[in-house]
Design a protein around this ligand. Structure first.
Ligand code: TUI
Length: 314
């Protein structure tokens, strides 16, 4: 049985978080993951306060286990979303895509455990000083908004730099990845792409199929020109965006190309005009399963791997 201090800190059975995937991670998926013994997250993404409040109430109706909300800091609604999580006293807030320091005081005063995603050592140190309970070190193998460093390189450096527990994210999709994260010094893992194909995930079926069919080179990163690189599955939309990015198209037009693309993928399953965010590890995700089964399988595989880890040492 793999148990780490993060389990006691948050009151969860397995040290695993479900990634806060925009337009995908709703109350249904979050509750399934929490009921399976992990930490389920609702993605506040670009939604407003009312939508989030409804989702928080929905998840509370589906589970009595701890859950969290992922606050995407680039969202135009970040301020109102930050207020809702404090008012609702959600057990855990995970932040992404920026620096959450300005919200930390209010969240900590509301008794919330704040666990920011970081993509650098500097951000990890800063946020630990502001009272984060743990940090999620996310490598650029992940889907969605990506930093420059890989998980293999980022995680041990963050582990060395801060005194709080580190959760590894990016490029983890099976028990081998979970085992590797623990070997790097992480106390837990966060997986997005693997949970996207959970039975309880309400994303459009076309999206699940695209992840299930993905191969090693199926993802690409676009958006560097505007400063917000995102990893997604290669399709007519991303190829056109990439071409435009290297053309003389004005920034405003390029920005307009991005608008609504995540929704078209996740809600409409629009294969041509949607942006299907996914991590590189989509290549090893090959079946739909209940979330609880995913969690059990990941940790049983990880235990086997860790027990055999000394095999080659003579
Ligand atoms: O946030 C994510 N993944 C995301 S957010 C998202 S929605 C979106 N839509 C369009 C454009 C961009 C995003 C889709 N996927 N992951 C967590 C994450 N956070 N990865 C990297 C970071 C990060 C990066 C910089 C965290 C902190 C940071 O600090 C920079 C600074 O100094 O503010």
């Amino acid at each position: 049985m793999i148990k780490t201090p993060i389990c006691d800190l948050l009151g969860i059975e397995y040290p695993i978080f479900q990634g806060g995937m925009a337009w995908i991670a709703d109350a249904s998926l979050a509750a399934a993951v929490s009921n399976g013994g992990g930490l389920g997250l609702i993605a506040a993404m670009n939604a407003d306060a009312n939508w989030l409040r409804e989702q928080i109430h929905a998840v509370r109706g589906l589970t009595d286990k701890p859950f969290g909300v992922n606050v995407m800091l680039m969202s135009p609604f970040a301020d109102e979303v930050a207020k809702v999580v404090a008012e609702e006293r959600v057990p855990v807030v995970v932040t992404g895509a920026g620096n959450p320091s300005k919200y930390m005081k209010d969240w900590l005063a509301a008794g919330i455990r704040v666990i920011p995603v970081v993509a650098s050592v500097a951000m990890a140190k800063l946020i630990a000083r502001h009272g984060a309970s743990a940090v999620i070190a996310e490598g650029g193998e992940s889907g969605g908004h990506v930093g420059d460093l890989t998980t293999l390189v980022l995680v041990p450096q963050v582990v060395d730099a801060v005194d709080v527990p580190v959760i590894a994210a990016g490029g983890i999709g099976d028990g081998r990845g979970v085992a590797a994260a623990f070997m790097l010094g992480a106390q837990g893992v966060q997986l997005g792409t693997r949970f996207l194909t959970a039975n309880e995930c309400n994303v459009h079926p076309n999206y699940k199929q695209k992840v299930l069919k993905a191969k090693d080179l199926s993802t690409m990163v676009t958006g560097k020109r505007l400063g917000h690189p995102v990893r997604s599955l290669r399709n007519p939309y991303t190829l056109n965006y990439a071409k435009s990015e290297y053309s003389s198209m004005p920034d405003e037009e390029l920005e307009a190309l991005g608008g609504g693309a995540l929704r078209r993928a996740a809600v409409e399953g629009d294969e041509k005009n949607g942006c299907f965010l996914a991590g590189q590890i989509a290549a090893v995700v090959n079946r739909e399963q209940p979330a609880a089964e995913i969690i059990r399988e990941l940790f049983s595989e990880a235990e086997t791997v860790l027990k055999g880890a000394g095999t080659w040492v003579k």
